[in-house]
Ligand binder design. Structure first.
Ligand code: ATP
Ligand code: MG
Length: 361
């Protein structure tokens, strides 16, 4: 798929801007704080319907303006789509696709597929488990709506359960907890099963990229690290999760929060058998993160049958020449938006100069 055009009004530091994007590599270059990341962010919002940088949507509205709008025209295999997003100064978001209002943005997840690389993603390996769960959640949600639905239900129930555990530590709350646990086990099993499959597929792709980037010197392994045994089918997992929740009940009551389930899980990352989360050097961390992101791209393309759009924010400067080349080589065949302060590589690209919230071709 590819983005044909993008129009921004009062989005971040853009009063009004419009770009027609090229097919392959698009380079957005300009000084720091000119608005390069802001533009990628507006595209990400059209895909995932929230920002990769903030949970407060009102920050996306240009200071002093009443509302921000983003209009994106997308070409997919069979047709063109127009995505319109309006965010008001309270942070309320309205989404319309092809002129028709969409009440639940989640339904449109995956219409525009993006894979976002930024220096933050490059820290995927060493950051807290939450970052790796987010990596799986965003990656799988874009491909499978049923995952996104299960995740939303799970999180809602978990919140209710945790409130109950926190507020009523001593009273008799077991009947209510029994109800929540059944829900958590059901949705949790969907999440665990899909994450296990995703990480197994990811390993295949990521290990190949990793070997190429590290010149076959190191061996990468990835494994979904689950608080319960995640073998078998969904109903096996559901049964095991339910009994694990029951077993943890007393402890959870004492602590005031739920201690088992996919909200505590992680991806185990090893290089040559050593836990990378603890032992990898900075260069190794970046190599692994890059391999995982490239893996995500490949899985998306295989699953959906169409390439996603790649958003590469400021990543070249973090990488050495071999990795820069590997990254750009693999973007062939994908529409890519790359930001940098200066673009010196001698490769064909459509270039846009970004200056103080405006675009110059
Ligand atoms: N809601 C907003 N209203 C107005 N300006 C904003 C808003 N949000 C962010 N900005 C401004 O946008 C600018 C940052 O833009 P952005 O992060 O896109 O820069 P960049 O070009 O990616 O820079 P760098 O090269 O440093 O990464 C900052 O000057 C910031 O103050
Ligand atoms: Mg930036």
């Amino acid at each position: 798929m590819r983005i044909i055009s993008l129009e921004l009004k009062n989005f971040r530091n853009y009063a009004s801007a419009s770009v027609n994007l090229g097919e392959g590599l698009n380079v957005l270059y300009g000084k720091n704080a000119s608005g390069k990341t802001n533009m990628l962010e507006s595209i990400y919002v059209c895909s995932v319907f929230h920002s990769p940088r903030t949970s407060k949507d009102k920050e996306l509205v240009r200071l002093g303006a009443d509302n921000a709008t983003v209009k994106l025209v997308l070409e997919k295999k069979y047709r063109r789509h127009t995505i319109n997003i309006q965010i008001d100064s309270q942070g309320k978001k309205r989404v319309a696709v092809n002129g028709i209002p969409v009440n639940r943005a989640g339904e449109m997840l995956g219409l525009l597929g993006v894979v976002f690389f930024s220096p933050d993603e490059m820290k995927l390996v060493k950051e807290a488990p939450q970052e790796r769960r987010k990596f799986m959640d965003v990656g799988i949600s874009q491909q499978q709506k049923s995952y996104f639905t299960a995740l939303q239900r799970y999180n809602k129930t978990l919140k209710q359960k945790n409130n109950l555990l926190k507020e009523h530590k001593s009273s008799n709350i077991d009947d209510m907890l029994d109800v929540w646990d059944v829900g958590l086990a059901k949705e949790g099993a969907v999440i665990i099963k899909k994450r296990t499959q995703y990480v197994a597929t990811l390993l295949d792709a990521a290990a190949r990229f990793h070997a190429a980037i590290s010149r076959q010197k190191e061996k990468l392994t990835l494994e979904y690290e689950c608080s319960i045994d995640c073998e078998g089918d969904e109903s096996d997992i559901e049964r095991r999760l339910l009994s694990a929740l029951k077993e943890a009940r007393q402890k959870d009551k004492e602590l005031g929060f739920c201690t088992v389930g996919p909200h505590r899980d992680d991806i185990r990352i090893e290089i040559d058998g050593k836990d990378s989360r603890k032992f990898a050097s900075q260069g190794q961390q970046r190599t692994v993160a890059l391999a995982m992101k490239l893996g995500e791209v490949l899985i998306y393309k295989n699953e959906i049958g169409e390439p996603p759009v790649l958003l590469l924010d400021d990543v070249l400067s973090e990488l050495d020449e071999t990795r820069q080349r590997t990254l750009l080589e693999m973007t062939t065949g994908f529409q890519t938006l790359l930001t940098c302060t200066e673009f010196l590589l001698n490769v064909p690209a459509t270039k846009f100069k970004i200056e103080n919230g405006s675009v110059k071709k």
